[in-house]
Design a protein around this ligand. Structure first.
Ligand SMILES: Cc1ncc(COP(=O)(O)O)c(C=O)c1O
Length: 451
């Protein structure tokens, strides 16, 4: 049994620096998880929680998955860390081969890494080196979108699109340009879909022309953005980006950290939307969190530019000590095998419909859901005090509801204006119903308090 008194002692806890967290608040009422099974979590006091967020869009196969645990144990017994500059290892070869077989189009090369931030950095570095070696060395700019989150390292922050994540670290690396995101409920350009003709995609064309197409290396987007509240593009949007990138010889990068590994109902969201990028970034659900793992895949054309005689020095110039870690690769391989064996993308589609139906029902009951949006098992509700006018609440309603849900044993992703649910892809109908019942009660309690 955990020594709860010691673990919650503020004098001990204060030494830990947690992600995006004011530690002075955290130490007052710390949440310390101890155990997980399926979609269930327990804290050190034995309190139960439904993991309605898969950790943070990570635990695709659920907690305590035996296939993944046994694969990691077996690999640990065999080999934990071979010399990465001299050779490679068995799980890495198996995982890269499987990823290429699963990926659409001619995405045929895989660089394994540890974190999502590394995967997006490597996508940007590969784009720049590609154009240098493809005879267009002036193409270096990366265009990304406001609202984007591509990670926490400096290059990834430079591509990121929220002031909160950028300003503390400015000045950021040069060579980054931003365009408005796709946000049909609160369009930053004041347009309305479908009458807008997906103007946000067309705007990209304008920006590429004004920057000079010969200076632009790549456009990087999340197929569904998290920040802003699960921003799902209309069907024409990603195909339009693909077409514009092709017209101006610009590489298209999809950051599928959240949407990859079955989350949207296909193995990758690029398949859900029918658009193949030149570079695909994966992480989070790739290993379901059992070990740090991410990956950047790129097309044969890019691979060809990095393939040549030893003396040409054209190989991709990037390395990380833990990039080819066999424990992580074994975890990723087993997690993907589990996703395939149980057809978890199909479960994401079926359970996603059920979740959507629950949200519509709860929305009708309270009349404060301005927008309900999502795909597969990735859904958000944006609150509005008056859905007719889209007027916001004067209180951070999403945060209050998210905190109440947490007190009642449901983990969600929340923000002042919205709340998101993305449970593990193994979730059953009963578990989903129980999660939605907690959300329903939590909204009722919070509305009683604020009204
Ligand atoms: C879309 C997206 N890209 C990149 C990242 C960065 O991944 P990591 O936190 O593993 O570095 C995240 C993390 O939340 C993300 O959501």
């Amino acid at each position: 049994m955990a020594d709860t008194k010691r673990l919650t002692d503020p004098n001990i806890l204060r030494h830990a620096v947690l992600d995006f967290r004011q530690m002075s608040t955290f130490v007052e009422d710390p949440l310390i998880f101890e155990r997980g099974e399926g979609v269930h979590l327990w804290d050190i006091h034995g309190k139960h929680y439904y993991d309605g967020l898969s950790g943070i869009f990570v635990v695709a196969v659920g907690h305590g998955n035996r296939r993944v645990i046994e694969a990691i144990k077996a690999q640990l017994d065999r080999l934990a860390f071979p010399p990465p500059l001299h050779g490679t290892n068995v799980p890495l070869i198996e995982l890269t081969d499987l990823l290429v077989r699963l990926a659409p189009g001619d995405l045929s090369a895989v660089k394994l890494l540890s974190t999502g931030s590394e995967a997006t950095e490597i996508a940007m570095k590969a784009s720049r080196q590609y154009w240098k070696q493809a005879g267009k060395p002036t193409k270096y700019k990366i265009i990304s979108r406001y609202y984007a989150y591509h990670g926490a390292t400096l290059g990834a922050i430079a591509a990121g699109g929220t002031p909160k994540r950028r300003i503390p670290f400015e000045p950021l690396p040069a060579g980054f340009v931003h365009v408005p995101t796709v946000h049909c409920y609160r369009c930053p350009m004041g347009r309305t879909y479908p009458g807008c003709g997906v103007f946000c995609a067309e705007y990209l064309r304008h920006v590429i022309e004004m920057e000079g197409p010969d200076t632009v290396a790549a456009v990087m987007v999340e197929p569904i953005g998290n920040t802003g509240g699960i921003l799902v593009p209309p069907p024409e949007y990603l195909p339009a980006l693909r077409q514009i990138c092709d017209e101006y010889e610009v590489l298209l990068i999809f950051d599928e950290m959240i949407t990859g590994a079955g989350r949207t109902g296909q193995m990758f969201a690029c398949q859900t939307f029918g658009v193949t990028p030149d570079i695909l970034c994966l992480g989070k659900g790739l290993s379901s969190g059992y070990a740090p793992l991410s990956a950047t895949l790129w097309s044969e054309r890019i691979q060809q530019a990095f393939w040549g005689p030893e003396e040409a020095g054209v190989e991709f110039g990037d390395g990380h000590t833990f990039a080819s870690n066999p424990i992580s690769a074994a975890a990723g391989l087993a997690s993907l095998q589990e996703i395939i064996a149980r057809d978890l993308p199909a479960n994401a589609r079926v359970m996603g419909e059920r979740l959507q139906a629950h949200l519509h029902k709860i929305g009708k009951k309270y009349g404060i859901f301005g927008d309900i949006r999502g795909k597969g098992l990735l859904w958000a509700v944006e609150f509005a005090q008056d859905p007719a006018t889209k007027a916001r609440f004067s209180v951070p309603i999403g945060k209050l509801i998210g905190q109440e849900a947490q007190r009642r044993g449901l983990i969600t992703r929340y923000d002042p204006d919205w709340i998101a649910l993305a449970p593990p892809l193994i979730v059953t109908a009963e578990e989903l119903d129980a999660m939605c019942a907690i959300l329903d009660e939590s909204i009722g309690v919070v509305l009683d308090q604020v009204e």
